[in-house]
Design a protein around this ligand. Structure first.
Ligand SMILES: NC(=O)c1ccc[n+]([C@@H]2O[C@H](COP(=O)([O-])OP(=O)(O)OC[C@H]3O[C@@H](n4cnc5c(N)ncnc54)[C@H](OP(=O)(O)O)[C@@H]3O)[C@@H](O)[C@H]2O)c1
Length: 237
């Protein structure tokens, strides 16, 4: 069974990915921005699975390079290696550029883009040591379909798409498969909205997790490197 490292695994899409991986028998290190959120999620996942031996929660702000290094090393120490990195942690904002606070701009770039760089760089040597593995980046359809008020967020996801493509080409000859998954609207608490808002038509976090788990089942010769998933019947515009 695989050893996975899932950033932002405390709630929303990340938590659904953690639950799906644990359910299929993997060992999973989940990270949250704080120790408290990570340990809360660790306890919930372990209780649900009836097994506390295959899940570990670690506080790790992906913007903080040393904290990422420590978390990845802790994962390798605990479970003996690493097979899968899911770069899921992400934040959003809704302000037009004219009024967007500079700190908010940096928070988005540093979390959604630099965080993925930090985690990928820390994980690659461990994936190589296993003869290969997966890096799955959770991007967004917003990277392709930009919208007013979303310039900062859309720019981070467009950047992540390009980062993922380039990284895929860099490491595939080492047996590391890189994919980016681009969801449309998902009913989570993202960007401080109510998770239940639009839940009747939006994707559910479990739908995105199912796509990610399905990716992992592809034979070694196959690499679906970009996957889009969107609500089947959104409200008409
Ligand atoms: N929801 C959507 O409609 C949607 C659509 C397309 C793409 N996405 C993408 O999907 C990913 C997950 O979104 P979600 O909807 O599940 O969001 P969410 O429910 O708000 O969860 C965000 C997760 O990221 C973590 N996080 C935030 N900042 C962090 C940091 N600096 N360091 C480490 N972890 C951090 C949070 O940890 P704490 O609990 O500790 O704060 C939490 O686990 C994001 O990359 C988002 O851009 C979402």
């Amino acid at each position: 069974m695989a050893v996975a490292f899932v950033t932002g695994g405390t709630r929303g899409i990340g938590l659904a990915v953690v639950q799906a991986l644990v359910a299929r028998g993997d060992s999973v290190v989940l990270t949250g921005a704080t120790v408290e959120s990570a340990l809360r999620a660790e306890t919930a996942v372990a209780l649900e699975a009836g097994d506390a031996t295959r899940v570990m929660g670690v506080g790790c702000d992906v913007r903080d390079r040393p904290s990422v290094r420590r978390a990845v090393e802790a994962a390798v120490q605990r479970f003996g290696g690493l097979d899968l990195l899911v770069n899921n942690a992400g934040v959003g904002t809704g302000a037009p550029i004219e009024y967007l606070d500079e700190a908010e701009w940096h928070r988005l770039i540093d979390t959604n883009l630099t965080g993925v760089f930090h985690c990928s760089q820390a994980a690659i040597p461990h994936l190589k040591a296993r003869g290969g593995g997966w890096i799955v980046n959770v991007s967004s359809l917003a990277g392709k379909n930009a919208f007013a008020g979303g310039a900062a967020y859309c720019a981070t996801k467009a950047g992540l798409d390009a980062f993922s493509e380039a990284l895929m080409q860099e490491v595939r000859h080492d047996g590391i498969r890189v994919a980016h998954v681009c969801p449309g609207s998902v009913a989570t608490g993202f960007n401080d909205r109510a998770p239940e808002s639009g839940a009747e038509w939006k994707l559910h976090a479990e739908d995105v997790a199912a796509v990610i788990v399905h990716l992992l089942s592809h034979p070694p010769r196959s690499l679906p490197s970009r996957v889009e998933i969107r609500p089947a019947r959104p409200p008409r515009k």
